[in-house]
Design a protein around this ligand. Structure first.
Ligand code: GAP
Length: 519
């Protein structure tokens, strides 16, 4: 019997620190807020996530090519894209606590804590009362109290979005006042006015451009747009085709919280798909499905992923949605799919004076392509993967009692370590020599780890905590008949196999093709 305990964000943060997945930046100096470093196992997992994304995009699609653009770009890029003038967050300060908040997040938190939670509570009560026969959709569509609460949520969001879109910051503040929102720290309603704060980090150009200021890119997408012609002219691609890129992005997030969910320096995996004007909705639907499949192939429970359509569209988009994941702190954006029209290429054409057009040989006409974008944060994906994989289970121990086992049930194809080689005891040189031989023979094929320190039970637990799919144990019998036991992480089942079969069993179990074939 296996019993499970619910996971909260602190479990994930502590696990990451303890195991060497993620450390806070500059920790010995007290830690730099919202910036993180990936440790020995973190970098392995992060690289595997990137490899899975890259292969799913570039290797699996003959009409998608890769790019690695520089972080620094001509500042005019950000003028054209709208970031210099409009990449802002609305900020508000509480005069008593001196704490600074994003005004829209204060309002969203109010909705979540004061209204949405009540709806969820009534749903939970209904479920408890009626069991399997409870129909949540029907309940939400007919229950008077829930309908009133939903209407209230819609009306608040509507007012907030209208005020933000119209840059009416006075009304954003008035909404906070009207709702009676208090500062989570001081409990006071003593607010400053709301004002805009640009999220781009800037630095001196050092003569690199004619301008003085250089920006650290806030998204990787613009590197793709400004290279559209270069790639078109050198890659023999025809529309529809895509350009994919993985790289760092920087945003001076004011309210950085929830670990690697919102960072100041992070990594994006973005793909811009260039299409004929008018075809954008077809490809928007295509990429919406394709990206959901990518997530589901990892074994993530379907009820932890959902689409969230954007009600208020950015001025350059004609459709947009988020793929949301159920993080320990609720459903939040994991990935964005945006139909960006011809906004970016057109803006770069206008400001650069360079014709950015595509001659369509079938239509025999030139046009500025439309763009469908898929954009996911690598770090946010890391957090989603760990949140889904982390399990605290009570399992039977050798003495007939129960013991807690922390296990990362990560898909074997992206697990940081694929296989651990464990001599049963380290005092027996014959066993350790045999184990080293096995390690040396299989290390060419996948990432494995040799460990001889501590009891075998403790070593299994450590590998479970790392998410290692296979443990190979070398015991007395191994010396007699050249067999070992191979233990599978999730079931904890052990099987005795010949040494010659280890490489084949592990290679097949961790092969990334297992993921790619599901797409
Ligand atoms: N090019 C479009 C774009 O950048 P976005 O919704 O601002 O769109 C895309 O960002 C994705 O990048 C998000 O869905 C999220 O996964 C990730 N992301 C954005 N800001 C982030 C931050 N401060 N920390 C970590 N990840 C972030």
């Amino acid at each position: 019997m296996v019993k499970e305990k619910a996971t909260d964000l602190q479990d994930i943060v502590s696990h990451c620190k303890k195991l060497g997945f993620i450390y806070q930046s500059s920790e010995i100096y007290g830690g730099l807020s919202a910036v993180y470093d990936y440790g020995p196992y973190g970098i392995l997992l992060k690289n595997n996530i990137k490899e899975y994304w890259w292969k799913a995009m570039v290797q699996m699609n003959e009409n998608i090519v890769g790019l690695d653009a520089a972080i620094f770009m001509d500042p005019k890029v950000w003028k054209a894209s709208g970031h210099t003038d409009a990449f802002n967050d609305p900020l508000i300060d509480n005069k008593d606590s001196k704490k600074r908040y994003r005004a829209d997040q204060l309002i969203e938190d109010y909705i979540q804590n004061k209204i949405q939670k009540k709806i969820d509570k009534d749903v939970a009560k209904g479920k408890k009362r009626f069991g399997d026969s409870f129909d949540k959709e029907q309940f939400l569509a007919t229950d008077k109290r829930s309908l009133e609460r939903q209407q209230k949520i819609d009306s608040i969001l509507n007012r907030m979005n209208n005020a933000l879109n119209a840059a009416d910051l006075d009304d954003v503040k008035q909404l906070i006042v009207d709702l009676g929102i208090v500062c989570p720290h001081s409990g006071s309603k003593n607010w400053t006015d709301v004002r805009q704060f640009n999220l781009m980090f800037s630095t001196q150009g050092g003569g690199a451009t004619s301008e003085d200021v250089l920006y650290l890119r806030p998204e990787t997408a613009q590197g793709i747009f400004v290279n559209f012609l270069n790639v078109l002219n050198t890659s023999r691609q025809k529309i529809p085709f895509g350009i994919a890129q993985i790289g760092k992005a920087f945003r001076n997030e004011i309210v950085a919280r929830q670990f690697v969910f919102r960072m100041r320096e992070f990594e994006q995996m973005e793909m811009q798909f260039f299409v004929r004007p008018g075809d954008q909705m077809k490809f928007y639907e295509f990429w919406k499905e394709a990206r959901m499949k990518w997530h589901l192939a990892l074994g993530t429970a379907a009820d932890k992923l959902k689409y969230h359509n954007h009600e208020a569209l950015a001025h350059y988009a004609d459709a947009a949605l988020d793929i949301e994941f159920k993080f320990p702190f609720g459903f939040k954006e994991l990935e964005g799919i945006h139909s960006r029209t011809d906004f970016d290429l057109k803006a770069h054409q206008e400001l650069s004076g360079k014709k950015i057009q595509y001659f369509d040989p079938e239509l025999k006409e030139s046009y500025i392509p439309y763009v469908v974008e898929t954009s996911i944060g690598c770090d946010r994906m890391f957090l989603a993967l760990l949140s889904d994989a982390y399990h605290a289970e009570m399992v039977p121990d050798a003495k007939g009692g129960m013991d807690e086992r922390i296990v990362l049930k990560i898909h074997p194809s992206v697990a940081p370590v694929k296989c651990a080689v464990l001599p049963l005891v380290r005092s027996n040189e014959e066993l350790t020599n045999k184990a080293s031989e096995i390690f040396d023979a299989i290390k060419y094929s996948f990432n494995c780890q040799y460990d001889e320190k501590g009891s075998i039970g403790k070593r299994y637990r450590r590998q479970d905590e790392l998410g290692t799919p296979f443990c190979i144990t070398i015991d007395g019998q191994s010396l007699e008949d050249n067999t070992v036991t191979i233990r599978e992480r999730d079931s904890m089942k052990q099987e005795r196999v010949s040494v010659e079969l280890i490489e084949k069993i592990v290679s097949e179990g961790v092969d990334m093709r297992n993921l790619l074939k599901q797409l």
